[in-house]
Write a protein that binds this ligand. Structure first.
Ligand SMILES: [Zn+2]
Length: 76
């Protein structure tokens, strides 16, 4: 994987297992509008290994900052 670059935006999902955000595309994205997927995709969390199907609306654009990509506020 390409290392994350501070300040750039990435397409991420929030793991359904541990709640951590992780990239679903290696490269940063420029424009939010034309980078959002239109179909569900299966992704595996690099943190906990949980594999789940993520709907297009569950994929978010997040800016990588010192704190990381963030976490879901509420874990379920
Ligand atoms: Zn996880």
């Amino acid at each position: 994987m390409i290392p994350k670059e501070l300040g750039k935006q990435y397409l991420v999902v929030f793991c359904k297992g541990c709640g951590a955000g992780f990239r679903v595309r290696e490269k940063p994205i420029a424009e939010e509008q034309d980078s959002l997927p239109s179909a569900a995709e299966t992704h595996r969390c690099p943190g906990c290994g949980h594999t789940a199907v993520y709907e297009a609306r569950e994929m978010k654009v997040a800016r990588y900052q010192k704190e990381g990509l963030g976490r879901h506020k509420k874990m379920q």
